[in-house]
Design a protein. Structure first.
Length: 420
């Protein structure tokens, strides 16, 4: 009798304890998890919030947050390449959805197929079909998307524009007029940073000059880079560059954003990680502390990119990496990460009440705008083309020769299998 009473008390106590446990029981995974990305310093908080969720679910895993500083992965990508080719992959790494993933790492047969993980977690329905297509081939699905970023955004501080008596330009022609006024007041019209941000600006200018159909045609090989349209892009880009700061190459993208925030420059064209930086790091209120519009002549067009993480073949801690991917793809992970990052969720069931005014407006635009892919952030071309394009850009920044840049772009498009 005594014995069975003790047993009963034990069961009651055990049930009570279970009730006190969090809904998601901690896993018994252990060992390391090395996550590789370029989200260091100011770019770190959103990633750290994801890692916090991971650590709660997997308290015995030692997370190594391996970051290599440098916007858009300028330094991280070459470190990753060395590691992958040397047979020393991290457990999971940041890679852009689209050709950067497919035309680089999947083509080289370095990634694991994640289809079973997508199916087991209901992600075939949770993510838009178009996005799954972008991270997939007929042989599998190769990464887990964490966000949707917008590339073609122009940022400004409303109070500064008011002080200078100008308005945010809707077209490049309007910009050139406004820019003269700003120059006369000693204000840099458009803040620019190191060379990858020139690529970034270029794609917004190209979208403006070409329109969405011809932009797409560049990447399908239907429009030549050295066509009359292609040359026009470089001509317009050269004209825009005249209104940028002369110390651009020595600045990080955050420093160019600071120029706008501090009132040394009026505008910059940058992806909406700048919204994350201004809201999260600079504590500015979206809509009043900083504001935005589509980059000139691209209203109604949403140039997108998506950060994602994959599982390289030979990942040293595969099970820990799979658990990481599950956090990334989850609704909780996504709606924790993106409001901090400045991006919107890649999931269809995201809770928009968790996002600030910028995030909500980006989500609304994503729902109604014409969507095109970003070159500077991996959607439209693989790393081979991107590296070659960086050299073309360097040449143009020195020579400002539109014809030569258009011709060189066509040559690298042929070399990298883009041009027909
Ligand atoms: C992009 C990346 C963004 C952001 C940005 C600046 O390539 O997709 O998430 O990190 O670079 O570094």
């Amino acid at each position: 009798m005594k014995n069975s009473l003790a047993k009963l008390l034990f069961v009651v106590a055990a049930v009570a304890m279970l009730g006190a446990l969090p809904a998601q029981a901690a896993s018994n995974l252990s060992g390391d998890l090395e996550i590789f990305s370029w989200w260091a310093g100011d770019e770190g908080p959103a990633l750290e919030a994801l890692i916090d969720i991971y650590k709660k679910e997997n308290p015995n895993v030692n997370v190594i947050n391996a970051t290599v500083t440098g916007g858009s992965g300028v330094n991280a990508k070459s470190v990753l390449k060395t590691r992958m080719l040397g047979g020393n992959p991290p457990d999971s790494f940041q890679v852009h959805a689209g050709q950067e993933l497919i035309g680089t790492w999947v083509k080289a047969d370095r990634m694991e197929d994640l289809t079973p993980i997508f199916k087991a977690n209901g992600w075939m329905e949770a993510f838009p079909k178009g996005l799954i297509k972008l991270i997939g081939t007929d042989k599998g699905i190769w990464s887990v998307p964490v966000n949707i970023h917008r590339s073609n955004v122009m940022w400004f501080v409303p109070a500064n524009l008011k002080k200078w008596g100008v308005e945010a330009p809707k077209t490049w022609d309007e910009f050139f007029t406004v820019a003269e006024t700003l120059k006369a007041k000693g204000v840099v019209p458009l803040a620019l940073a190191q060379n990858w941000t020139a690529n970034h600006l270029w794609e917004s200018v190209a979208l403006a000059a070409l329109g969405a159909d011809k932009w797409d045609a560049l990447w399908s090989g239907d429009l030549a880079f050295d066509s009359a349209d292609g040359v026009k892009v470089w001509e317009l880009f050269g004209k825009v560059l005249k209104y940028t700061n002369s110390d651009a190459t020595s600045l990080s993208w955050q420093q160019a954003t600071d120029m706008v925030v501090d009132g040394r420059a009026a505008f910059n064209v940058m992806g909406d990680w700048a919204a994350g930086y201004m809201a999260t790091t600079k504590k500015l209120a979206p809509g009043s502390g900083f504001a935005w519009s589509a980059s000139p002549d691209t209203t109604g067009e949403f140039m997108f990119l998506a950060d994602s993480f994959g599982l390289p073949k030979g990942a040293p801690h595969r099970d820990n990496a799979v658990a990481w991917l599950k956090v990334l793809g989850s609704l909780e992970g996504s709606d924790t990460f993106n409001p901090i990052k400045g991006s919107i969720s890649a999931r269809l069931d995201s809770d928009l009440s968790k996002y600030n005014a910028y995030g909500q407006s980006a989500a609304a635009d994503f729902g109604k705008d014409r969507i095109v892919g970003s070159l500077a952030h991996g959607v439209t071309a693989n790393e081979g083309f991107m590296n070659d394009f960086a050299s073309v850009m360097e040449m143009f920044l020195k020579s400002r020769n539109a014809q030569a840049a258009a011709k060189a772009s066509q040559q690298i498009a042929v070399k990298n299998g883009i041009a027909k």
